[in-house]
Design a protein around this ligand. Structure first.
Ligand SMILES: NC(=O)c1ccc[n+]([C@@H]2O[C@H](COP(=O)([O-])OP(=O)(O)OC[C@H]3O[C@@H](n4cnc5c(N)ncnc54)[C@H](O)[C@@H]3O)[C@@H](O)[C@H]2O)c1
Length: 612
């Protein structure tokens, strides 16, 4: 893979300044596609647009990009519209890393105004030549959002200086390299000593001298062990925080977070489930996760004496169906699964819910183990014992409370997650930072502050810290679930943010917003509602918003054209509705929530208006 870094993003997000600073930091060549077009044609971009039209400009831009892609070690600041062409997006992805610089429309507007005032050159900022520049920026940005979302990494630049953005990109480079290695199937294989790949792994910033690469200061990334994926990954010793124990009416189970747990799964399992020795292990995964981790899991289990069977369902929500349940029963029957054999769910929440339900019902219950691979599954769905599949009339309507025998979360699997999916999982962690769980307000405040202090390290992939924070977060859910296994009381507080969240997710047809993104907006909505009704202060609302946004999560749905009335109607159908009224979980502040039905419809509608 080439080492080019393509900076994409809307006008005014800082690509030029960040590009120059980053190229100096890495000692890479700096290229600006617009300047290159001007140099090649001897005409200004504005003139080309005005005289030849946009299609002619886009053709020039694509030709320049093609030429740029032939070279290596460049930081390329691109024009805001370069992502509109699929060919351009493919070319950038194939020839380097794509980093998107984001900013809110209001930030962009102010930056463009200031820039124009400084340069006294409005011609280069045609966006401002409109009756309502702010609206124009918002609309164009929303139209391009789905293309920007394809970037390998996104940085919200609103509150960051140029140097901070450049430095964040330099810091995430090792992660992007590892990811692209894995995507190309080279996961975990040791780098050849002396090769540029070896020289680059885990260290930064580095400088490219005349004879290749020479390393300077090593970052914390250098300390990380090899990622777990791929059958050839050496099974480094697992690291785990000591297990949390969740008590249920049917017994207790451990929840482990750590690195390299999958590569050592046989040993880890037998430590906690010695009764499973020499049994059959039925691994259920999906066709995206399976190829990444199933060979490692299978190898580790076979090494410990298990006889392993693997089944992959298609990735995605549609696999939570009775059709898949039936296919899995056939597979278990063919493999002659017996009462003491293990069923393992290797994947996100979909695989976990489906596998749990199959395990709960085949032979009236087989022991099952959760091996969650998404942030959401680690921090939410794998713990609590809710399993199930969907029915044509609604989500999760068929199911059972069936706790696992163990939850083993290898955080290194998270490094394979697409950027957007990774970010979206943090909303549940923020939620666990606000609700009290079974602890004190002080404990919640400490959790929230720890998130605030560490958000940058978490965003840039500090895996040991990630394991520790997730463990702390799950302890909140575990405490609640332990006290209210069957959702009769306290467990409702876990739905903080989910009333607006579920309705927004449904409004987007479950395709426009990821679950975690909808929850983030829902958390903000619930907090604003609480403020409006006098439960919490504006400072709390602002503080939660800042944390959500620092994780790269949305706090409004303004870019989508959702139908307000449909959302209001869908909220009335939410599962928190009891005797015709929605039960709201409203924060009083960090570590304290109010569960109430006494919320005027006008206030709900007013906040929804703000969110949309
Ligand atoms: N049981 C519960 O208490 C509970 C709670 C919350 C949500 N859920 C359920 O969880 C489901 C959503 O879970 P999800 O968000 O994990 O979605 P998911 O399971 O669909 O996973 C999202 C996508 O990421 C892929 N993926 C998973 N791990 C990966 C990895 N490490 N690297 C690369 N790709 C990976 C998957 O193949 C899938 O395409 C929903 O069905 C929801 O109803 C259940």
């Amino acid at each position: 893979m080439k080492e080019n870094i393509f900076l994409v993003g809307f006008s005014g997000t800082g690509k030029t300044n960040v590009g120059r600073t980053l190229s100096a930091l890495l000692d890479y060549e700096y290229i600006d596609t617009d300047l290159q077009i001007e140099a090649d044609t001897g005409r200004s971009v504005t003139a080309i647009f005005a005289e030849d039209g946009e299609p002619a400009f886009r053709a020039l831009e694509s030709a320049i990009l093609e030429k740029i892609c032939e070279s290596n070690y460049q930081v390329v600041a691109t024009g805001g519209g370069i992502v509109l062409s699929k060919e351009n997006r493919t070319a950038m992805t194939a020839n380097g890393y794509v980093v998107c610089l984001e900013a809110r429309p209001e930030t962009i507007y102010v930056r463009l105004m200031l820039d124009t005032a400084n340069r006294q050159d409005a011609a280069n900022r045609p966006l401002l030549k409109s009756d309502d520049p702010y609206q124009r920026i918002s609309t164009m940005k929303a139209e391009r959002a789905r293309y920007y979302a394809e970037a390998d990494w996104t940085i919200h630049t609103d509150f960051l200086a140029t140097e901070e953005v450049a430095s964040e990109i330099a810091q995430v480079l090792p992660l992007l390299r590892r990811r692209s290695d894995k995507q190309r199937g080279g996961a975990g294989s040791p780098a050849t000593p002396g090769s540029p790949h070896a020289a680059r792994q885990g260290s930064l910033p580095f400088h490219r001298g005349h004879e290749g690469l020479s390393l300077t200061a090593a970052s914390s990334w250098a300390k990380e062990p090899d990622p777990v994926a791929g059958p050839v990954a050496p099974a480094s010793a697992p690291s785990d925080d000591s297990a949390l124990v969740v008590q249920t009416s049917q017994g207790s189970y451990p929840v482990l977070f750590g690195e390299n747990l999958l590569a050592n799964l046989g040993d880890v399992l037998l430590k906690y489930l010695p009764q499973a020795a020499n049994r059959k292990a039925f691994i259920i995964s999906d066709d995206q996760v399976g190829p990444l981790f199933a060979p490692t899991v299978q190898g580790a289990l076979e090494k410990s004496g298990f006889r392993v069977f693997v089944y992959q369902v298609p990735a995605g929500e549609s696999s939570k169906s009775l059709t898949q349940v039936s296919a899995l029963y056939d597979w278990l029957a063919a493999g002659r699964a017996e009462r003491k054999d293990l069923v393992l769910a290797l994947g996100g929440g979909v695989v976990g819910d489906l596998t749990g339900f199959v395990a709960s019902s085949w032979l009236r219950g087989l022991p099952f183990v959760q091996l969650p691979t998404t942030l959401l599954a680690m921090v939410d769905s794998s713990v609590g014992g809710k399993t199930g599949v969907n029915h044509p009339t609604g989500k999760n309507l068929i199911g059972a409370f069936y706790p696992p025998q163990a939850v083993i979360a290898d955080v290194l699997t998270l490094t394979h997650l697409p950027e957007r999916a990774r970010r979206s999982g943090w909303s549940e962690v923020v939620k666990h930072g606000v609700i009290p769980g079974t602890g004190t307000e002080q404990a919640a405040l400490a959790r929230f502050e720890r998130l605030e202090r560490n958000v940058f390290a978490l965003n840039t992939g500090d895996m040991a810290l990630t394991a520790s924070i997730l463990r702390e977060s799950v302890a909140v859910k575990a405490g609640v679930v332990q006290e209210d296994e069957r959702e009769m009381g306290l467990r409702i507080t876990l739905n903080y943010g989910h009333t607006y969240g579920h309705a927004l997710e449904a409004a987007g047809g479950y395709t426009q917003l990821l679950h975690g993104e909808a929850v983030a907006i829902g958390l903000q909505g619930a907090a604003r509602l609480a403020e409006l009704l006098g439960y919490c202060s504006p400072e709390f609302v602002a503080r939660q918003k800042t944390l959500l946004e620092a994780f790269g999560l949305p706090t409004s749905a303004r870019v989508y054209n959702f139908d307000r009335e449909k959302i209001l109607a869908s909220m009335k159908l939410d599962k928190k509705v009891e005797a015709g009224a929605v039960r709201w979980i409203l924060p009083r502040g960090i570590g304290s929530v109010e569960v109430t039905r006494a919320v005027p419809a006008e206030a709900v509608a007013q906040v929804l208006e703000e969110l949309l």
